[in-house]
Design a protein around this ligand. Structure first.
Ligand code: 0A1
Ligand code: ZN
Length: 889
């Protein structure tokens, strides 16, 4: 990497802190323009490390005074550090007074205002924007927090833990005092002050303890909190049942805020949520929103143990809490799904997201290991690799030691490390030690390469059937491609879940050479070297292998199967994931052939008949059908190519869509008519599956009708859009019109905007739908540029910025990658504009160009020019600078 423009922080440089902060007493005199913070801390030297000065972090603060044991003391300020050279050897009390400006804090890190209230965001390094501190996760303190504010404007005053005291003060002000008994790192600190109301629920857990759950939102949003509350209750129940992890606080609070950089934050006892991840009513939120809220509420709640009770020693260990917590929320969603088919749908959706977000990351400029070795700005490492690939790594532990063994490993992890700040190695060791003799503990060191090696392993599998010997030899080979800074890699541990099917679809018994008898029809092989062969015996006929069932490892599989075999899997595989995978592979091979050969795509009858059979299948779930009938997304297709022409990919996808719409027209109509939901709206898997299928069918019907000049289906879609009783169906119909560029899209969009103008989250959808609209003659791009000037649009609100700008640049390749480079110019302008407001969000937008080197002419040179334009700006944030540096490295 070209170094020198940003300071790099390296994992190998970790040293324990020279001081510990044991307790901290914070007092806030809250004022939007200037908040006064008084911090009284008890410090002690860390006897295990050499002496040195006390260096506290602080950014964007105005320092008023520093006292040690009540006496003023000399100090220096260097960059973002406050340095005190002369500190006593014995324990001492440090008192600091400073101010900060919440109103001016558009970065939304630290203490900021939103909608007239105060909110904080301290992960990863936001606490230092509130007061001077040892702002690192291995310094854990017990917090007592006093909040003082104007009572009429800020009637609700919240912080972590338990409420100790409240009182009225002079001048219309009031105070509240909170105490959190659990030592915590500063990134888990939170405060909220504002005019909020709460939905409350008292619960008694299995352990017989009573708790108060509260969801705080702005007045008027209360009826949109029922789903979040239900999700929270379900999460509490699940964590106790599945992992024996109880709620450890009497009071657990969740607060919604409209201006937030991410989905939500797990502050101890006081989770703060982006309203988009919290509020839902059938009229304003889609099934996907309901599902996302359930999983994010669960995710933050699960952090209470995996992240808060046991936290990270340093930020390189981020996946210790994030990968594990994503795994836990994925498992929760699967358990909530109830039926095997609904579970499979969850898994398919997770893998789809992994492949379209994480795989490109792992192959691009920002490729980094699950446990990164170096960063300039930690905010840039809240990535799909740390989160989603990290979760896949945790899933592989479970695959290798079994569900019960994994539970034992978790128990040992908490037994050893409760109350500590630890590393990914500590987690691995606990799981292995709890499972002696397991497939994991036999090769723990090799397994741990998943933490240190970036890139997606390629797994090649080839089978050979010997009819005379009745054996089937499966040869597995892995290749670990180079990534930035890691030219050579070692083999990794790849658990390959598999089954063998006869050509007519029967599951064959699996007996490896040397085994006395067959062990079922489903098992896991463990590949831990570059190449390995497995010989199955007593195989009656040449089988079709079903490999990597349930996506048992985050790898790219090349199994060499052709259409004929994929069709067997699509029809008969007992593993729903691989059934879906077969549907995608059938589509993918056709799309890739067309793109590679530069020839128009013509879907053949074999493919169309197979898709028709899926659609008409009497037993398959509608949710599964909707997923199997969806084409692979353009980002995933791009990943299969060494030279990417986004327009060529888009053309092939469009042709495939139009042909699928035309050839299956009668079937789509049938699916639409026969899967209507009756009864009241429920966001459950059964109803949402039907809605997913009817909305897909409707989009196909409107597309075909619009292309052939028939007005019936667009008319029906418009009517459905108007009459819909829930947002899923309303958006489904609107999206069908917009994506087909039907004439009725315009009046529908206008009507939608007028109807929901008071609902910020719905207006976000309105922007996003237009930002993601299929490109047709440059209309979508022109529309986005125009919408960027709309009176409802602002870059200051991250949700709004994402809804329009990210929709275009990140999720609409055909509208973005233009031969005239206008998309890239727009991107550069927006990155720079955002960077002046909110570097974290700007850094995310900058990532759009990670894969520019694979672009075909003329995109590649134009993209480079746009990146250089951003790089040329003198005052870039660390966030954007790091991304751009890596892209140009
Ligand atoms: N820890 C949170 C996500 C989060 C991370 C960083 C933030 O600001 C930089 C905010 C939230 C989670 O995993 O949910
Ligand atoms: Zn998390």
């Amino acid at each position: 990497m070209r170094e020198g423009t940003v300071t790099l922080i390296r994992r190998e440089d970790y040293v324990a802190p020279i001081f510990w902060i044991r307790t901290v007493d914070l007092t806030f005199d809250l004022d939007p323009a200037k908040t006064l913070v008084t911090s009284k801390m008890q410090l002690e030297r860390n006897a295990a490390v050499p002496h040195g000065p006390l260096r506290l972090h602080g950014e964007e603060l105005n320092l008023l005074r520093v006292l040690i044991n009540g006496e003023s003391v000399s100090f220096r300020q260097e960059g973002h550090e406050l340095i005190i050279d002369n500190v006593p050897d014995a324990d001492f009390v440090l008192e600091i007074r400073n101010t900060c400006c919440p109103d001016k804090n558009t970065a939304l890190s630290g203490l900021y205002t939103s909608g007239g209230g105060f909110f904080t965001q301290c992960e990863a390094e936001g606490f230092r924007r509130i007061t001077y501190f040892l702002d690192r996760p291995d310094v854990m303190a017990v917090y007592t927090v006093t909040l003082r504010a104007d009572k009429s404007r800020f009637p609700v005053l919240l912080s972590n833990g338990n409420l100790l005291d409240t009182a009225d003060l002079d001048n219309g002000r009031h105070m509240a005092k909170w105490h959190d008994p659990f030592p915590k790192p500063s990134y888990l600190f939170a405060l909220v002050a504002g005019d909020l109301v709460a939905r409350e629920q008292r619960i008694r857990t299995r352990a017989g303890k009573d708790h108060l759950l509260q969801v705080y939102v702005r007045r008027g949003d209360l009826e949109k909190t029922e789903h979040a509350m239900n999700s929270l209750i379900a999460s509490v129940v699940w964590d106790e049942a599945r992992f024996n992890l109880p709620l450890d606080l009497e009071r657990f609070m969740v607060v919604g805020v409209s201006d937030f950089n991410m989905g939500a934050m797990e502050n101890k006892g006081l989770n703060i949520f982006n309203t988009s991840a919290l509020l839902a009513s059938p009229a304003t939120a889609t099934d996907a929103d309901f599902q996302r809220i359930e999983s994010i509420v669960a995710h933050e709640y699960f952090h209470n143990w995996t992240g808060n009770r046991v936290t990270c020693r340093d930020w390189f260990q981020l996946s210790l809490k994030e990968g594990l917590t994503v795994f836990r929320d994925q498992e929760f969603s699967m358990d909530m799904a109830a039926t095997p088919s609904a579970r499979a749908v969850c898994r398919i959706q997770d893998v789809r997201a992994l492949r379209s977000m994480q795989f490109p990351e792992d192959a691009g400029a920002m490729a980094h290991p699950v446990r990164p070795d170096v960063y300039a700005e930690i905010n840039n490492f809240y990535t799909p690799t740390v989160y989603e690939k990290g979760s896949e790594v945790v899933r592989m532990y479970q695959t290798l030691v079994g569900r019960e063994g994994f539970g034992k490993g978790m128990a040992l992890y908490f037994e050893r490390h409760d109350g500590q700040a630890v590393t990914c190695d500590d987690f691995a060791q606990a799981i292995a030690d709890a499972n002696p003799g397991s497939e994991l503990s036999k090769r723990l060191d090799t397994f741990k390469r998943w933490y240190s090696q970036a890139g997606t392993p390629r797994l090649q599998a080839r089978g050979q059937y010997d009819a005379a010997a009745r054996t089937y030899t499966l040869s597995l080979q892995q290749v670990n491609p180079p990534s930035p800074g890691q030219p050579d890699k070692l083999p990794q541990v790849i658990p390959v879940a598999l089954g063998l099917l006869s050509r007519d679809g029967a599951a064959l018994p699996l007996q490896l050479d040397g085994e006395a008898q067959a062990a079922g029809t489903d098992r896991v092989l463990v590949l831990d070297s570059a190449e390995q062969s497995f010989v199955f015996v007593n195989v009656d006929s040449a089988p079709v292998p079903s490999l990597l069932r349930g996506f048992s490892a985050p790898v790219v599989l090349d199994d060499g199967l052709g259409d004929e075999e994929l069709l067997v899997l699509l029809k008969h595989d007992s593993d729903a994931f691989n059934r879906w995978e077969a549907s995608q592979r059938l589509a993918l091979s056709r799309l890739l052939t067309s793109v590679r050969n530069g020839q128009p795509l013509r879907l053949d009858d074999a493919y169309l008949d197979a898709m028709r059979a899926v659609l008409r299948h009497p037993d398959l779930d509608p949710a599964f059908k909707a997923l199997a009938l969806q084409l692979p997304d353009e980002a995933y297709i791009a990943e299969q190519l060494t030279v990417v022409d986004p327009q060529a990919i888009h053309a092939a996808v469009t042709q495939a869509q139009e042909q699928l719409a035309a050839a299956l027209q009668a079937d789509w109509a049938w699916a639409f008519e026969t899967h209507q939901v009756s009864g009241g709206y429920q966001p459950d898997p059964v109803q949402s599956g039907k809605r997913a299928l009817t909305n897909l069918a409707l989009s196909m019907l409107v597309l075909h009708a619009t292309r052939s000049g028939d007005g019936v289906w667009p008319g029906r879609a418009y009517q459905r859009f108007k009459d819909a009783t829930n947002m899923t169906d309303r958006m489904g119909a609107l999206s069908a019109l917009v994506q087909a560029h039907a004439a009725l899209a315009e009046p529908a969009l206008e009507r939608f905007h007028a109807q929901f103008k008071g609902e910020a989250l719905v207006i976000d959808k309105w922007f996003a739908l237009q930002g993601r609209a299929t490109e047709l003659d440059g209309k979508t791009f022109a529309r986005v540029k125009q919408l960027a000037k709309h009176s409802d649009f602002t870059l200051k609100n991250p949700n709004r910025a994402r809804s329009l700008i990210f929709s275009l640049c990140m999720f609409n390749p055909a509208a973005f990658h233009r031969t005239d480079a206008a998309g890239y110019v727009f991107w550069a302008e927006q990155v720079l504009a955002l960077d002046a407001i909110n570097p974290q969000v700007a850094g995310r937008l900058a990532r759009v160009m990670d894969r520019w080197t694979t672009l075909a002419t003329p995109y590649r040179s134009a993209a480079r020019e746009a990146i250089a334009r951003v790089a040329a700006k003198a005052e870039l944030s660390n966030d954007v600078r790091e991304i751009i540096d890596r892209q140009l490295a």
